[in-house]
Ligand binder design. Structure first.
Ligand code: ADP
Ligand code: NI
Length: 208
């Protein structure tokens, strides 16, 4: 394991919100694959992907302090000023919460954001959704549950919806948010797999 991976693993070891080390690892793997296909700066994509959750306010006294910690690490590792600034820009933009995040400014930022969203869909996304719901004591599914609108991200996070409902509310919408052509292709395959999973889930629910 290299030094960046070691640092991220140490930083994320106490996280319990679904942003564990293996999430960072998968986002890095996916970002590296997309970077190659899109002809982007792989070093920036890989470091930004690994570090994208390290400055999270849930793991730090504040987002600013989290970003300073990442900045200090980049300096200590002698990452160039230009690459560091780029990586910090990506991380700080990605960590805006809510639906009104500003668009990512660079190809590398668009790639890391795609990789992060891809980790919420497909087989891994299904696994993460049920792990999240289970950790919060939620039902997998309730046939009587109906669609509703939420006024804020906080309201959405706090309501006790079922995990299957989360697919309609969020996971099935993510493929439309992809930034890059490669991200869209990967999202399309993962999306189809979720549709097949949901179709089987509903059939098995009724004993078919
Ligand atoms: P991020 O901060 O990376 O956008 P979230 O914190 O919203 O992601 O979610 C982390 C993981 O938990 C994702 O895989 C997401 O689908 C899942 N998750 C979030 N909210 C719910 C929910 N209400 N039900 C099931 N899974 C959820
Ligand atoms: Ni993430």
């Amino acid at each position: 394991m290299n030094r960046a991976e070691q640092f991220v693993k140490e930083q994320l070891q106490h996280d319990s919100s679904g942003h564990d080390w293996w999430h960072a690892y998968r986002v890095k793997q996916t970002a590296a694959a997309i970077a190659e296909r899109e002809g982007a700066d792989s070093q920036v994509c890989i470091l930004a992907a690994l570090l994208h959750d390290v400055a999270d306010p849930k793991l730090n006294p504040s987002k600013e302090e989290g970003l300073r910690k990442v900045e200090g690490w980049l300096q200590a590792e002698a990452v160039s000023a230009e690459a560091s600034e780029h990586i910090l820009g990506i991380i700080s933009t990605m960590s805006y919460s809510g639906g009104n995040r500003p668009p990512m400014q660079t190809l590398e930022g668009r790639i890391v954001q795609d990789a992060d969203r891809l980790d919420a869909i497909g087989a891994i996304g299904i696994g993460r959704a049920f792990a999240y719901g289970g950790a919060r004591g939620r039902l997998m599914y309730d046939p009587g549950e109906s669609a509703r609108e939420f006024q804020s991200e906080a309201e959405y996070r706090n309501h006790r919806g079922t995990t299957i409902h989360h697919f309609d509310e969020k996971l099935l919408k993510l493929k439309e948010l992809m930034n890059t052509e490669s991200g869209r292709e990967l999202a399309e395959q993962r999306h189809q797999f979720m549709l097949e999973f949901l179709d089987r889930f509903h059939k098995e629910w009724e004993g078919n």
